[in-house]
Write a protein that binds this ligand. Structure first.
Ligand code: MRU
Length: 378
């Protein structure tokens, strides 16, 4: 197998996406985001100059995806510290902005703890704020490093599972640079496969209702020159039946202690399809997404979002000042809708979980606990 990176057709890597950055005065202090509600048509930055603005950006999905939510939560606490605000309160507000992705609370509380420790050592407020910012930056860097390691472990796993490569991989939601300090989780594995000449096709589920697949994963795939096609979520079954899928690769928002995986709604049906068709179903997520405090899938709080996301097609805009937002009805006025943002895949449907500390397969609570113990020793 050629080990030469297969670059984009013109041999040029696209410039790195600035998905989230910290801005110092005079622009800041602020957390500056690439507004994901506006993609793929517009690359527009959204400046969050205070915690309520960042909470709004999180709720409207201008910033989203588990690892990036952790990073945003961390910088949000650093922002409160820089503004001389109540840091513990800011951490709670940020952690509660969305309930399912465990990384959000992890990032916010970790940076709040760095601030508290600095204060305890009688550092002045300014020094404690610097400690908080340093911790947020460390979190950001760690996520980039974890992403690179997951990509390597993930591709090695695919080589073991599918020795005949190049692979036809199916993915759901968005798990690339738009959700990470690095190149992402599941998407980073597909990207590495592409660079190594081992990706035949990336099947991109559109991911109803907010189209993170069609809008965001396809955007990242196109930027990086991957061979890909978008499909409606409901077309996945016939694709499996036609033998066109070699493996499913997804990320996770929370992995419970028993190995149950909470991820974007539509992941569980894919796992059932994969089991029926004897196709590996692989979850790629950093150990910061494992929550040993959540015993099983039933204990995961699944975010329920507004039914209007299902009954209306919305056009980008609400998170950015001055943006033109619009909607057109996709169901009769007044129709109620069931709109859970995530679903739970039980461990017996998951072939493997790939983390920055290694791969567990089969997925067991004991294996997960060992992996997490290893990561906390680093
Ligand atoms: O509602 P979103 O867009 O924040 O959901 C994101 C997902 O479900 C991703 O698949 C998940 O966060 C894993 S990304 C590494």
């Amino acid at each position: 197998m050629a080990d030469q990176d297969a670059r984009s057709p013109v041999g040029i890597e696209p410039p790195a996406l600035s998905v989230l950055r910290w801005a110092e005065p005079p622009e800041g202090p602020a957390v500056v985001l690439l507004d994901q509600t506006r993609l793929p048509s517009q690359e527009v930055e959204l400046v969050c100059a205070d915690v309520p603005a960042l909470v709004r950006a999180i709720r409207t999905l201008a910033v989203r995806g588990a690892p990036l939510l952790g990073i945003a939560g961390g910088y949000g606490v650093a922002l409160a510290a820089a503004r001389g605000e109540d840091v513990a309160r800011a951490a709670e507000l940020l952690a509660g902005a969305r309930p399912t992705a465990v990384n959000l609370g992890y990032g916010a509380r970790r940076v709040a703890e760095a601030y508290r420790c600095a204060e305890e050592k009688r550092a002045g407020r300014g020094q404690a704020a610097s400690a908080a910012l340093a911790e947020a930056r460390a979190l950001h860097r760690e996520d980039a490093a974890a992403s690179a390691r997951m990509a390597r472990y993930g591709l090695d796993l695919l080589a073991e599972l599918l020795p005949d490569g190049p692979h036809r991989l199916l993915t759901h939601c968005n798990t690339g640079a738009l959700v990470s300090g690095g190149e992402g989780t599941a998407f980073a594995v597909a990207l590495r496969a592409h660079r190594k000449g081992r990706l035949r096709q990336l099947w991109v589920d559109e991911t109803r209702p907010l189209l993170q697949g069609a809008r965001l994963t396809a955007y990242e795939a196109a930027r990086n020159g991957l061979p890909f096609q978008v499909l409606t979520d409901s077309a996945a079954g016939s694709l499996f039946a036609a033998g066109e899928v070699d493996a499913v690769l997804i990320g996770a928002d929370r992995i419970a202690a028993d190995g149950s995986v909470a991820n974007k709604v539509g992941s569980y049906p894919l796992a059932v399809l994969a089991k029926y068709h004897h196709v590996p179903f692989v979850v790629v997520a950093p150990t910061s997404t494992v929550d040993l405090g959540t015993p099983d899938g039933a204990a995961v709080v699944v975010e329920q979002r507004s039914g209007s996301e299902v009954t209306e097609f919305t056009f980008p805009g609400p998170a950015s000042a001055g943006a033109e937002a619009g909607a057109s009805a996709s169901a009769p006025v007044g129709a109620q809708a069931y709109n859970p943002a995530f679903d739970i895949t039980p461990p017996e449907l998951v072939t493997a979980i790939v983390t920055e500390e290694g791969v567990i397969s089969p997925v067991t609570g004991v294996g997960l606990a060992e992996l997490c113990a290893r990561s906390s020793q680093v």
